[in-house]
Design a protein around this ligand. Structure first.
Ligand SMILES: Cc1cc2nc3c(=O)[nH]c(=O)nc-3n(C[C@H](O)[C@H](O)[C@H](O)COP(=O)(O)OP(=O)(O)OC[C@H]3O[C@@H](n4cnc5c(N)ncnc54)[C@H](O)[C@@H]3O)c2cc1C
Length: 393
């Protein structure tokens, strides 16, 4: 029996935060969008435990999610704004504080569980008449046919479009099938994530301590809970996963210099390998990569998803004024690549630089970086500039 090919203006593979944001932004124009996602989004339950994966959503990403129609639903579920960021160095006197009021903003950003963002975006996708969701469904093949591409799904369905988007995460099958090469740097670290409650309140502050093994972040959540992202040498992270809860709580509080007192509660723990990667090109004719499919960075500044959302906004800004017939234009896709590659590369390199600088054991380097942090802390204008940049203002 022959399979009928369905035609679309764009086929988006992957409805993670980045792919779903792009689909929601493009759905504002008259068009036909196919979104293919292999996993069903979890529905949010207000009585559920906090998701172990959270994102520090910048002001720029907040605006994009507002424009995508998902922000109010995110706020109605669960999100925690933070007003202050406090960063300090292990075994030294260097520290820096950023306050939202220094840039005249009510907060620096929001800590939001990934399931909250994803389920809110899914509601937008499901409500849109421009979008046809293929979920759960997986891309299995991608081939060129004239000036279009044919996408075949594991369900046997065939989709045809002049534009195929790979928003399918770090292992991106679209990137592989389109023959786009990627450079990788294994950081030999794992990001251990968990949720804790502490003796003292978190003060709506995102805390980060740079340790020689990697940075440790306490990110504020509702009801006094904090989300932990602890970058550790891979073998140490694996060991941390095997500790009993009391011993883990003790070691975590100690690594954090007991800044928030004892750790009184801890949830399950999971560790993700940390790998930096960057695709050599984000586009080939009729195909573009976005988000983690194009780049992954060290989570030390919580910028990964924010960069991906910037990719989605940049591509939507280029495509929306065009007729949908032009959406696959290589010239336009190159314009998207030029708009985003430089910014992503600078952030990737900056994160690698921070990781090296703060991982250095030499006393001269330690002294210099502590002095540097304190000097920076005493320079309000420079701090404001850094904050505005990080918030995407
Ligand atoms: C420990 C850790 C902490 C982090 N903390 C932060 C933070 O605080 N702030 C921040 O901004 N970033 C953070 N990040 C990075 C952030 O999580 C990622 O950058 C972000 O989730 C990438 O989103 P994405 O939509 O590009 O990719 P993904 O979230 O990987 O989504 C890709 C989607 O594609 C789907 N897919 C894959 N293959 C197929 C296929 N063949 N067919 C159909 N669908 C497919 C997948 O199911 C998935 O839903 C962190 C990362 C780690 C590891």
């Amino acid at each position: 029996m022959s399979v009928k090919t369905q035609e679309f203006d764009v086929v988006i593979i992957g409805a993670g935060i980045v792919g779903a944001t792009l689909a929601s932004l493009l759905a504002k124009t008259k068009c036909k969008i196919a979104v293919v996602e292999s996993k069903l989004a979890e529905t949010f339950n207000p009585d559920s435990d906090f998701d172990l994966r959270v994102s520090a959503i910048s002001r720029a990403s907040q605006r994009a999610l507002e424009s995508a129609g998902a922000w109010q639903s995110i706020l109605d579920k669960r999100a925690h704004p933070y007003q202050t960021m406090h960063v300090w160095d292990q075994g030294g006197s260097g520290e820096i504080r950023f306050d939202a009021q220094d840039v005249g903003e009510p907060d620096i950003g929001c800590i939001i569980e990934n399931t909250v963002i994803q389920s809110s975006l899914f509601e937008v996708l499901q409500a849109s008449t421009a979008i046809q969701l293929f979920c759960p469904s997986q891309l299995t093949s991608l081939s060129q046919s004239g000036d279009a591409h044919i996408v075949i799904l594991d369900t046997g369905e065939q989709l045809k479009s002049r534009l195929v988007i790979g928003a399918d995460g770090p292992r991106s099958p679209v990137r592989e099938l389109a023959g786009l090469s990627v450079s990788r740097e294994d950081y030999a670290q794992k990001g251990l994530v968990t949720v804790v409650k502490t003796e003292k309140p978190h003060q709506d502050t995102a805390w980060q301590r740079f340790l020689s093994g990697g940075p440790l972040a306490f990110l504020p959540l509702n009801q006094g809970y904090s989300s932990i992202v602890w970058s550790l040498p891979a073998d140490v992270a694996d060991r941390m996963l095997t500790l009993d809860d009391d011993e883990f709580k003790r070691q975590l509080a100690e690594a954090f210099e007991n800044k928030l007192g004892q750790v009184t509660e801890v949830s399950t723990r999971v560790a993700f390998p940390l790998v930096g990667s960057h695709a050599e090109h984000y586009v080939v004719p009729g195909v573009a990569l976005l988000g983690d499919a194009a780049h992954t960075i060290h989570p030390l500044a919580g910028q990964g998803v924010n960069l991906g959302i910037k990719d989605a906004v940049a591509l939507a800004d280029i495509l929306l004024p065009l007729s949908t017939r032009e959406w696959g234009s290589f010239k336009r896709l190159r314009q998207y690549e030029r708009a985003r590659k430089g910014d992503n590369l600078v952030t990737l390199k900056a994160m690698e630089g921070f990781k090296l600088l703060f991982g250095h054991h030499s006393s001269i380097v330690k002294q210099t970086r502590n002095t540097g942090l304190n000097v920076l802390n005493a320079m309000p204008m420079v701090k404001q500039k850094i904050m505005r940049q990080a918030m995407g203002l």
